[in-house]
Ligand binder design. Sequence first.
Ligand code: MG
Length: 249
Amino acid sequence: MGIIIKSDEEIAAMRQAGRITATVLEVLKLQVRPGMKTKELDVIAARELERLGAKPSFKGYQGFPANLCISVNDEIVHGIPGERILAEGDIVSLDIGAIFMGFQGDAATTVGVGKISPQAKQLIEATEGALKAGIAAAHPGARLGDISAAIQYYAESRGYSVVREYTGHGIGREMHEEPQIPNFGLPGTGPMLKKGVTLALEPMVNAGDWRTRVGDDHWTVLTADGSLSAHFEHTIAITDGEPEVLTIV
Ligand code: MG
């Protein structure tokens, strides 16, 4: 099928899906606090998506049972909201997708629960920085590998590793379109970026080794060495000039 170029009208619809996605994520971030069960955030996500007239992208996707993914501490991605109680000092990755007017938005952020360690804070900042570095590389005429390399360099030069077995992705009418976007790679390689390409960039950055394992629930992905992990994601559109972040409020 290849990379699907979106028209201006399609980008306009994706802008709305992105704004809804970002709005729900902002609401969720403000609700995170010690002593709450992660499933409480799922209830809020469902309520907010419905209020905004959107459908959850994740619920039912390959059987995923919830409206968002919540991944705590050494959990990287795809954690299922449930009975787990958040504790002071935890870091929590929230990943949510919304469908609106037939288009998808996909975004993630990592936040601290109460007061967190300086090490956890640095990891979160480095992961957000890696996403920004990837976005900054998303210019027309650049190659996909330029984005991957920018993310990798930003994270690794700060002493972290990037997860290799899970990637960012093209996005549009489908949550996962071509191309896959690894968070590591070589500049000047891969398909050329052009106006109308829409991508979900999502660095997953580990404090320790990049290797992963899947938990007993067959969904949650964790660091193999038990180290902390953070995750940031934006849906973006390649334009004639600066990339446009679609998942903003
Ligand atoms: Mg994604």
